[in-house]
Every structure is written in structure tokens, then in C-alpha cells.
Design a binder for this molecule. Sequence first.
Ligand code: ITT
Length: 185
Amino acid sequence: MALLFLTSNKYKILEAKKILNKFGINFISKNSKGFEIQSDSLEKVATYCALEGFKKFKKPVFVEDSGLFINSLKGFPGVYSSYVLKTVGCEGILNLLGQKRQRDAKFICIVAFATKDEVKLFKGEVKGKISTKIEKAKGFGYDPIFIPQGYSQPFSKIIQTKFEISHRAIAFKKFAKYLLKKGVS
Ligand code: ITT
């Protein structure tokens, strides 16, 4: 049975495909509008959305919720990443950080997979730092300002590498291994 990915973000579909297709796993996608809630944890948001999706479509559903957590801002924007991007954007984040030297941050991704039996969660995390300027090229969201650890350029400039090492890639690799073990593809 085809798995269903609920999301309103076309870049997430592309990045999930890059990983899952390598493992021979296919999926279809549907818009997640109307399934989302605001909560203080990525896990709660993803679990709720996956369960609601399963109830509505009556087939195995996965969703993912991600956020950017900046150390010196006590984890902000975190679960508010989407709202902050829509309002003040990457520029607002750079303004908040100003000239701060401490720019450590991390991206976290939680994939939630709901079946009739359970909801399983898979976590991916990538550490890095916030740049001092916006460098647009490819990607989406905060990619123009997030430099992953071990690299000197933001995700937006090293998109092929992002596909391999991102929080999303890590979470989806774990998910793919679980599906293969369960015999789902
Ligand atoms: P959904 O429909 O799947 O929820 P979304 O775009 O609302 O898609 P999230 O709430 O999971 O996604 O993401 C929170 C924010 O973090 C959102 O504004 C994204 O643009 C940003 N974000 C998530 N993953 C990212 C990535 O890999 N690179 C850059 N920004 C990212």
C-alpha cells in the first residue's frame, strides 16, 4: 500500500524522495493544511498530525515537523520556526543575533509514522551555526543562513551535501531502515 506524506512544503517532498527512493520506498503526498497544531514540542505536533492523517485517510501516513534552534536565543525560533520565517524571515534572525560571536544552532526534524497499531517517531539533528549574511541560491527556509558543522557555506550553497547530511536526511534514513525491517516499501 502506498505510504502517504502529509506536508504543504514541496522542498520537504523533494528531500524525502532523495532518501526514501534510494531505499526503494515510494510515497504519494497530500497537502497537510488543516491537520497542524501549534505546540511546545516538534514531537507533539508531528504525532498529532500523523494520527489525524491516519484517521482521515485510513492508510499509513507520515509527516515531519522541523525547527531551527539557536543556542544564544535559548532555542528560539524552535517550534515557532515557520511563523518566524513568514514574519521576520532570515533577516529578522540575523538582526536578533546582531554582532554576537556565539552563533551555534541546530536543526531538528521529527518524522512521525502512523499506522493502525502505533505512531513511531524518528529524529534527525544537524549542528551548525548562523551566518552573518543571507546567501540565497537553492533550498528553502533558513537554508541561506545555516552553515552546517564542518562546512564553510550555508545549506543553500551546498544543496547536494544538504540532501545527504541534513536533519531531514538523518530522520528519513532511520525511517527507511525501519520500513525495510518491517517489510514495507
Ligand atoms: P509542513 O507543511 O510539512 O508543516 P512547513 O514548511 O510548515 O511544512 P515546518 O513547520 O516543519 O514546515 O518547518 C518549520 C520552519 O523551519 C519552516 O519555516 C521551514 O521553512 C523551516 N525549515 C524546516 N526545515 C528546513 C530546512 O531543511 N532548511 C531550511 N529551513 C527549514
